[in-house]
Write a protein that binds this ligand. Structure first.
Ligand SMILES: [Cu+2]
Length: 468
């Protein structure tokens, strides 16, 4: 049994134990804590109405217990350690051992009771983004409720009235608590078949988040407004983000919510998709059109859908190129085209470890055996079957395989491209290109145009009505 299976079975075991023995007598369901940042397998519903579960990228679904027909969850807001990618662990705040917290999965019409225990050093609350609920359950501190004091547990209860894609996060000291990673996904599955909601074979979800953590340190800078240096899917940066693995021909849904402070144009290679829903609900079919990139603004959620009908390893990433990059991409002067022959050697006489970045572009960075401080990530990293990938941040792969088994989410490894289907080096001779020449135009050699034939009138601002 590998570590992932062990953890998932341990989690299910803990729930089973909680629902029969101790917690049957206790008022609260026992919280289940996750320590692994791996993608947990889908949690098949052990009780309540049936549904087709989602897979949270580098995350997991919270187990629950049924109590007289009410679905009960227990979230614990607490400091957590989150591995952003191998080589870097951040000290964040989250829920039940991880940031983001566990995904909540319920079915339309479920009565849901959520116990929220505050083990943070300050007061908190949870807002259930996008839900129809009684005003007093909406979680805005001061407006809808008192803050949950340190050490106390509050209870939220409402009926999950509409199916769709939602999230949860604090509405107390938001700037700090969201910069520290407090957030989670929520999926309400439809109770019956709906013409607006397709059945899918694969259903992935994750949140977009961002942190500002100085190289070598552990805790995010909470006052940063825009200049973040870690761009993450579910608090993971490439190469720490798992691939999304599907079977050829599967209908796939990917649900994404944005809790960063900027928009992210999310781009899929090799396929076209439609936006089939937002946090406002399913989109009417007449409003859907094919896309390969969809922009997700701050506080928005999008669910995209498509048939995975092209085999291969396809990139899936934010299209802002600084968001597919880990720290140290900042404050580097552009050196492309600057002749600095001999400069590095002279500076190295003073500082033997001096390196010049970006002399021929920045691609060298991905191979440079540079000494990094502990607790940070290479700016560009990850190795593919054809060399270094040179990416970081909001980047992962979408793997489509003919022989992936139905319901099998495991990584099939790299795609073996059929012979003759990969870009290759041209070995023949190159013809001299015929180029348009501005010099020849100025010299009057092109189409008889003479410089003397050009007359211009220039008017200086504020110099009167007469042209000079
Ligand atoms: Cu982005």
């Amino acid at each position: 049994m590998d570590r992932r299976q062990f953890i998932s079975r341990a989690a299910v075991g803990a729930v089973a134990a909680a629902s029969v023995s101790k917690a049957a007598l206790a008022a609260l369901p026992e919280p289940v804590i996750q320590t692994s940042p791996d993608t947990a397998p889908p949690l098949m519903p052990p009780s309540g109405r049936p549904y087709n579960p989602v897979v949270t990228l580098n995350g997991w679904t919270a187990p629950w217990r049924m109590n007289n027909g009410v679905k009960e969850f227990h979230l614990v807001a607490e400091p957590v350690e989150r591995e952003i990618a191998p080589g870097m662990v951040a000290r964040l705040w989250g829920y039940n051992g991880q940031s983001p917290g566990p995904t909540i999965e319920v079915v339309e019409g479920d009565r849901v009771r959520l116990f929220v225990t505050n083990r943070l050093p300050e007061a908190t609350s949870i807002h259930w983004h996008g839900q129809r609920l009684p005003n007093g359950m909406d979680g805005v501190v001061g407006l809808n409720q008192r803050a949950i004091p340190v050490g106390k547990t509050y209870v939220y209860e409402f009926i999950a009235r509409r199916p769709g894609t939602f999230m949860y996060h604090p509405h107390a000291d938001e700037m700090v608590q969201m910069a520290m990673g407090m957030m989670g996904f929520w999926v309400t599955h439809p109770r019956t078949r709906s013409p607006l909601i397709n059945e899918v074979q694969r259903d992935f979800c994750f949140l977009l988040n961002a942190y500002d953590i100085d190289p070598g340190s552990l805790v995010p800078k909470i006052n940063t407004m825009l200049d973040f240096n870690l761009w993450t899917f579910n608090s993971r940066a490439f190469p720490g983000i798992d691939s999304m693995n599907v079977r050829l021909g599967d209908r796939v849904r990917i649900r994404v919510g944005n809790l960063t402070m900027t928009n992210h144009p999310i781009h899929l290679h090799g396929h076209e998709f439609e936006v089939t829903g937002t946090d406002g609900g399913p989109t009417p079919p007449g409003s859907r059109w094919p896309e390969v990139t969809t922009d997700i603004a701050v506080g928005q959620m999008r669910q995209i859908e498509f048939i995975a009908d092209e085999e291969g390893d396809w990139a899936f990433h934010c299209h802002k190129s600084h968001h597919t990059m880990n720290p140290m991409g900042h404050d580097v002067p552009t050196m492309i085209g600057i002749d600095h022959r001999g400069l590095v050697g002279r500076i190295q006489q003073l500082d033997p470890e001096y390196m010049l970045m970006g002399e021929r572009g920045m691609a060298d960075m991905k191979e440079m055996p540079m000494m990094l401080p502990e607790q940070t990530l290479a700016m560009m990293a990850g190795f593919g079957p054809h060399g270094p990938i040179g990416m970081g941040g909001m980047f992962t792969t979408f793997k489509v395989r003919r022989n992936q088994k139905p319901g099998d989410y495991s990584d099939p490894g790299w795609y073996a491209q059929p012979p003759g289907t990969q870009a290759f080096e041209w070995q023949g001779s190159l013809p001299e290109p015929a180029r348009f020449s501005a010099e020849r135009l100025n010299a009057g050699e092109v189409s008889g145009l003479r410089r003397s034939a050009l007359e211009m009138q220039v008017r200086k601002p504020g110099s009167g009505k007469h042209p000079h």
